[in-house]
Design a protein around this ligand. Structure first.
Ligand code: BES
Ligand code: ZN
Length: 462
């Protein structure tokens, strides 16, 4: 029996235990953005380092400016193929609104649907614990079955991806020699649909800004001051409203500089994927396509820039009513970027716009967040063809090349700092509710994801 077949059988035999290990990781509350969970983040890093070491990738927890990194290597002389650096993140998003979860987000459950299909429900089930464990379990099966893995493997796991990876750049700068390998493997993206595997070849960039607008020096009685005193929430709403025109275009001067039109051949491939805007929006209780009036839904998600208000607050939001003019208004606004858009130019344009709209007796406070360019992979890279071959063999359907509306800041840093390309293979689905209540991962994604990586490892060695 060829090695690969034995390894795939081993994946199947191990599956219940693989699931048990994933559940153990899912029980750790590694919410990176909330300081209250700092020690949980370290616990997740330690758990990962132990697990990697146990499967034959000696690994350690390394302190960084924020939550720690996990780094490991399994290297032997004379192996064929590229030396890969696998990247994943052990941190997760906050769970709020907690009341919308059907069970404790950190008590993972297997939920069986009427048709017998099963899903794993927990915070991080997909993003990114379920995804990163597909790779880990594939390595385990190779080592257990054959005593080795086909190629040289290094691993880098971080614990701050969900909060913009602030420690990553200094860490990469300080450890260039150790981390710069031939190719990065990243498992943090989606399939095209539940039966069709995909490799992401475009990622959007991200730039964000937190705004505090200070008006009167205290909260005021709206009967006593209403009319005479300008209301910070009104001013902020006006600022936000002015960001889009009636056709859904963003109004900041120079915003579209560097936005590239989609090459015709890619456009044709995407047009033929059979994307249904109705189904896509229907899944989240919507009907009408928003955004830029002259662009399709898929194009907007994968290849167009956006501006979104992620949060906006101020004034009285408790029970009942309080007739108040608040002293402050707040918003968090982010932009998804594509093509060659420059995050810092966009930040400057946004800041100038906000300043121009701030009344002379108000004070504007700004806090930057993120700042990553979009990325486009080389469509002809040999690793891409190998990844496709492996995925196509496992899923009996050709792997498609897709865009990804989300951002994975490290992929840009890999390219710029380490001159390393990335192969982005993931087994998530659009409906997995990542970042939302009842996040889930299909059991099939987890199982076939492990089998897929087992195949990719062999394919890369060819
Ligand atoms: N796994 C996601 C990226 C992703 C999103 C892949 C949607 C596939 C579909 C990643 O963990 C993520 O959420 N990234 C953040 C980065 C941000 C906080 C800098 C994002 O895109 O919002
Ligand atoms: Zn993720």
């Amino acid at each position: 029996m060829p090695n690969l077949d034995k390894v795939l059988d081993r994946v199947d035999q191990n599956f219940d235990q693989s699931l048990g290990r994933l559940f153990a990781l899912l029980r750790i509350k590694s919410i990176s953005t909330d300081p209250e969970y700092k020690s949980d983040c370290r616990e997740a890093a330690e758990w990962m380092a132990r697990e990697l070491t146990a499967i034959g990738i000696p690994s350690e927890v390394r302190d960084a400016t924020g939550h720690p990194m996990v780094v490991g290597h399994r290297v032997a002389d004379g192996k064929p193929g590229p030396h890969v650096l696998f990247y994943g993140h052990y941190d997760v998003q906050p769970v709020d609104p907690i009341e919308l979860w059907n069970a404790d987000p950190f008590d993972p459950q297997i939920v069986t649907r009427e048709d017998g299909s099963k899903m794993i429900v927990a915070r991080g089930a997909n993003d990114d614990k379920g995804q990163l464990m597909t790779f880990v379990e594939a390595v385990r099966a190779w080592v257990e079955e054959t005593g080795d893995v086909p190629i040289n493997i290094s691993v880098l796991l971080e614990g701050e991806e969900e909060s913009g990876s602030p420690s990553l750049q200094p860490f990469l700068d300080a450890n260039k020699g150790e981390l710069s390998k031939d190719l990065a493997l990243v498992c943090d993206t989606s399939m095209w649909n539940k039966d069709t595997p995909a490799i992401s070849v475009m990622l959007r960039g991200l730039v964000g800004e937190e705004i505090t607008l200070n008006g009167p020096n205290k909260d005021l009685h709206s009967g006593m001051y209403g009319g005479a005193a300008r209301n910070p929430l009104h001013v902020l709403s006006d600022m936000i409203a002015g960001l889009h025109d009636e056709n859904g275009h963003i109004t900041l001067p120079g915003f579209y500089d560097g936005v590239l039109e989609l090459p015709q051949d890619v456009k044709e491939i995407w047009d033929n994927l059979g994307f249904s805007t109705e189904e896509f929006l229907g899944g989240v209780g919507l009907k009408d396509l928003g955004g830029e009036k002259d662009r399709s839904g898929l194009e907007q998600i994968w290849a167009r820039p956006t501006c979104e208000v992620n949060g906006m607050w101020g004034g009285y939001i408790g029970a009942g009513f309080k007739t108040v003019i608040p002293a402050k208004a707040h918003a968090k606004v982010s932009f998804r970027l594509v093509g060659d858009q420059d995050p810092e130019k966009i930040r400057d344009a946004f800041r100038s716009y906000l300043k121009s709209k701030t009344p002379a007796d108000f004070e504007l406070e700004l806090h930057p967040h993120g700042g990553d360019r979009a990325l486009r992979m080389d469509f002809d890279a040999p690793a891409l063809a190998k990844g496709r071959a492996a995925l196509t063999a496992e899923w009996y359907k050709p792997a498609v090349l897709v865009g990804c509306g989300g951002s994975i800041p490290i992929v840009g840093s890999f390219k710029r700092t380490l001159d390393m390309d990335s192969l982005l293979i993931g087994f998530g689905l659009d409906e997995d509710q990542i970042h939302s209540p009842n996040e889930k991962y299909e059991l099939k994604s987890f199982h076939k994801g492990i089998r897929s990586w087992a195949r990719v490892l062999e394919e890369l060695a060819k």
